[in-house]
Design a protein around this ligand. Structure first.
Ligand code: SF4
Length: 324
């Protein structure tokens, strides 16, 4: 961990018990996150990509303390936050916020937009009622929602407007880190770019860091500085975004990127196809977890677990092909 790191995760794990004996002893567990280590610097945006069910949302939920890790460590702003009591958790809410895919998850349908966005200020008792109201109106204006929206209810607004309100709610207490879980995937393509640009502008103005969870690599390229690729609960590749897009090494990353055109037309990407479905995390493949779908798998891949290694400065890969 460096001094500039806002967040450091060390060997984080989350298991869910699927079946247990009558005496409560687990017999079947699902390893949703299985030993993830990464860091996010102050003001940095880290993208976390992978197919549905790879564990990225579970990882995000552990960071915002909506889910307790089974093992590992989370350090935020120099403090170990892996296990917190309720008073420290309340303090942490000021610094780490979450934006969901569905803005209804953070906007109470019985509250007006003004009430819903003001709620975090009310909860922390900041300023007078009038000051909180004015601050909320300013925040709404910053996300492009004028005063005419303040008395509307979430169901009276479009998806894009609701997500703008959810962003305002997450930003209003000036957090240091926002975990964004597929924040634009439910929006129309035309609105998506506007919301992404808004998030980028607010991040730059306020010096916030994002952990941006998405299945869409073109979206993360637009917003993020570095990208981590997740497969079946583990990180398989992590690098600065242009390095990852131009020189992907892991066959899974190559397959994910195959369908995304490069901005430079002279630079052709080698096609890597992805066969079959993601195996179940209840019984993941032994050795390299990707070997059942990997076009380059050798016999060794089915029993050797490749470590995440730095193969170039800042570029980490977990694949035995990169050992030599
Ligand atoms: Fe493919 Fe083997 Fe590399 Fe896994 S370790 S990605 S199976 S080549």
């Amino acid at each position: 961990m460096t001094e500039q790191n806002l967040l450091t995760i060390e060997n984080l794990k989350k298991e869910f018990v699927v079946e247990k004996t009558l005496l409560g002893k687990p017999t079947v567990t699902l390893k949703a996150v299985d030993g993830v280590s990464l860091s996010i610097a102050k003001g940095e945006n880290l993208g976390l990509v992978g197919e549905s069910g790879c564990g990225k949302t579970t990882l995000g939920r552990m960071i915002v303390k909506l889910s307790e890790p089974t093992d590992g460590r989370i350090v935020f702003n120099g403090e170990d936050i892996t296990h917190l009591d309720s008073s420290k958790m309340r303090e942490l809410r000021k610094s780490i916020q979450l934006i969901f895919q569905d803005p209804y998850a953070s906007l109470n349908p019985r509250m007006t937009i003004l009430q819903a966005v003001r709620a975090p200020l009310d909860a922390f008792g900041e300023g007078t009622f009038q000051e909180r109201k004015e601050k909320t109106i300013q925040m709404l204006e910053q996300v492009g929602l004028s005063r005419e929206f303040i008395d509307k209810y979430p169901h009276e607004m479009s998806g894009g407007q609701r997500q703008r309100a959810a962003i305002a709610r997450a930003m209003i207490i000036n957090p240091k880190l926002i975990v964004c879980d597929e924040p634009v995937s439910a929006l129309d393509v035309s609105v998506r770019a506007q919301v992404l640009n808004l998030m980028k502008t607010l991040q730059q103005e306020r010096g916030i860091s994002y952990l941006f969870i998405s299945h869409d690599l073109s979206v993360t390229h637009h917003l993020c500085d570095r990208i981590a690729v997740m497969y079946l609960g583990t990180i398989v590749e992590m690098a600065e975004k242009d390095e990852l897009y131009k020189n992907p090494i892991h066959p899974y990353t190559k397959a994910l990127l195959s369908s995304i055109p490069l901005p430079d037309r002279d630079h052709k990407r080698e096609k890597t196809s992805l066969e079959g479905d993601v195996p179940s995390p209840i019984n993941p493949p032994k050795g390299c977890r990707f070997h059942t779908r990997c076009p380059f798998a050798s016999e060794n891949c089915s029993f050797n677990v490749p470590e995440l290694r730095e193969v170039k400065p800042g570029h980490f890969v977990a694949c035995s092909l990169e050992k030599n």
